[in-house]
Design a protein around this ligand. Structure first.
Ligand code: GDG
Length: 473
């Protein structure tokens, strides 16, 4: 019998699975995309908790149910107006570009804001109905800024944590938002507010101080030594908790047929060096920039199209939003152009797929790739970089990584680049090639250091350090 009250509740915009209905009316669940789901699935499994979220379809939400892993999924229904105003609008056309340092211009729309508030209230109501007395509630990400504040009022018995998966911008940028006080007040309902990097946590403290809050202490990582004192005697902790992956599971190839990875490489051309990109198709990820860097290196003759192939896996994402459509069409245009210029019939130089692959296949791609390119303009962390490194326990391969990915703080042995500067991306890619060709020992040493870093700093460390810090509050 499934209990309807839970001591541990995670609330995120999206459930870890999407509801799919086939033409004959049959309903099935498929894993939903993105880094938040990757990170939280093992945490929920461990805590046997309840996950409240949207099931990925409009106007439909099945009854709560328990997964094989013992996690209760509690779907919340969104209608089309809510989906457009809350999800596509305020979350992804206002906060997402703002928090990624204005890569595109954020839109400030009053209707979207009203809908965002209403939907946050619905999420908070749903959580309040499933949380046991004294439960721990962990609120996830920028779509749910107001949930901690609403929950605090409804259920003062709860311990509330909030974690932001994406970067937190400088106070100067954040102050653009017409509803800046309400957004910050919403977060202050939490006992602990966690950020990926210390820089994000410091930006938030600076903002809070500008808004008149009493802040003290210095930001630290995986523990809390910075606080905001609220009137009434409550205090909110602020800290940095760099997220990670289930590293041991990712690194374990005992159950994955390694021949599968070799076969993929052989299909692309055994003798060719393979460059890989894996991203949600998002304009923040710098996919076009890496294609252009590749194209220019082919054009100048620095790379030989007979000797190299690029594979870009681009998972569909937020496809109804204009900037995402534009990003996709630019990427696809570049793929077509590069193949037209440098490929041959039956032997393309860029292999591009705009569909998801399953996890086993993804791991084979990571394993067979010689060079991984992760080139976001801005990224909270970027789990793809860590996944690639985890899959290279044989210390083969090279990582080209943007300085603006949170992961660059930890993966310092990568070939770092500035994606705003195509020459810098080209230089990093050429260095990775040179490393592969001329300095295999040095390259293996770089990978070993990164592999050990990812193995010893996994998602369990992330969740345990956050929940321990939350428990101490
Ligand atoms: C947000 C922040 C932060 C991708 N394609 C496929 C697939 N994926 C999986 C990857 C990885 C995840 O999706 C993507 O995670 P990222 O971290 O790279 O990026 P976001 O989705 O933007 O995540 C980010 C993260 O939250 C966690 O806090 O790191 O900065 O933006 O796990 O493997 N998985 C499968 N098939 C695919 O085709 N199975």
């Amino acid at each position: 019998m499934m209990s309807d009250k839970h001591d541990f509740v995670v609330v995120a915009n999206r459930l870890p699975v999407d509801l799919q209905t086939s033409p004959d009316g049959k309903r099935t669940w498929t894993p939903s995309p993105g880094g938040l789901v990757t990170a939280l699935t093992p945490v929920l499994r461990k805590n046997q908790g309840c996950w409240v979220g949207w099931p990925g379809v409009i106007d439909d939400a099945p009854e709560p149910f328990c997964t094989e892993d013992g996690v209760t999924l509690h779907p919340l229904k969104l209608n089309i107006t809510e989906y457009q105003g809350f999800y596509e609008g305020f979350s992804n056309a206002t906060l997402w570009p703002l928090y990624h340092d204005l890569i595109v211009t954020p839109q400030y729309d009053r209707e979207w804001w009203h809908t965002y508030r209403e939907v946050n209230l619905r999420f908070a109501d749903e959580v309040a109905s499933v949380a046991a007395h004294g439960a721990t509630v962990w609120v996830q990400d920028y779509q749910l800024h107001l949930v901690p504040g609403i929950l605090r009022q409804k259920r003062p018995d709860l311990t509330i944590g909030f974690f932001l998966h994406i970067p937190f911008p400088s106070a100067d940028l954040f102050q653009q938002v017409p509803w800046r006080e309400e957004l910050v007040r919403g977060l202050m309902g939490a006992d602990l507010i966690g950020f990926q990097l210390e820089s994000g946590a410091r930006n938030f403290l600076e903002l809070a101080s500008r808004q008149g809050y009493d802040t003290h202490g210095e930001v630290s990582t995986r523990e809390v030594s910075a606080f905001i004192n609220l009137s009434g005697g409550r205090r909110v902790g602020v800290g940095s908790f760099p997220i990670s992956i289930d590293s041991a599971e990712m690194a374990d190839f005992t159950t994955v047929d390694l021949g599968g990875a070799e076969r993929i490489h052989a299909e692309l051309g055994k003798e060719r060096t393979v460059i890989l990109g894996v991203d949600r198709l998002d304009y923040t990820k710098g996919i076009l920039q890496r294609l252009i860097a590749f194209e220019e290196l082919l054009e100048s003759g620095a790379l030989d199209p007979q000797e190299v192939a690029m594979v870009q896996l681009a998972t569909p994402s937020r496809e109804r939003i204009d900037h995402y459509r534009l990003a996709r069409s630019r990427v696809e245009e570049a793929v077509g152009r590069i193949n037209g210029r440098f490929g041959q019939i039956g032997r393309p130089v860029v292999h591009y797929q705009h569909t998801s692959v399953n996890k086993t296949t993804l791991r084979r791609y990571y394993r067979m790739a010689d060079i991984m390119m992760v080139t976001p303009f801005k990224d909270g962390m970027n789990l793809v970089a860590k996944e690639f490194v985890a899959c290279h326990g044989d210390f083969s391969g090279a990582l080209v990584l943007s300085e603006f990915a949170g992961a660059a703080d930890e993966l310092t042995q990568a070939y770092l680049c500035n994606p705003f500067d195509i020459e810098s991306v080209k230089t990093a890619l050429r260095s990775a090639f040179r490393g592969l060709r001329d300095q295999p020992d040095a390259l293996a040493q770089r990978m070993q250091i990164m592999h050990e870093q990812v193995l010893s700093h996994d998602v369990d460390l992330w969740s345990t350090s956050f929940l321990t810090a939350l428990g101490k509050k």
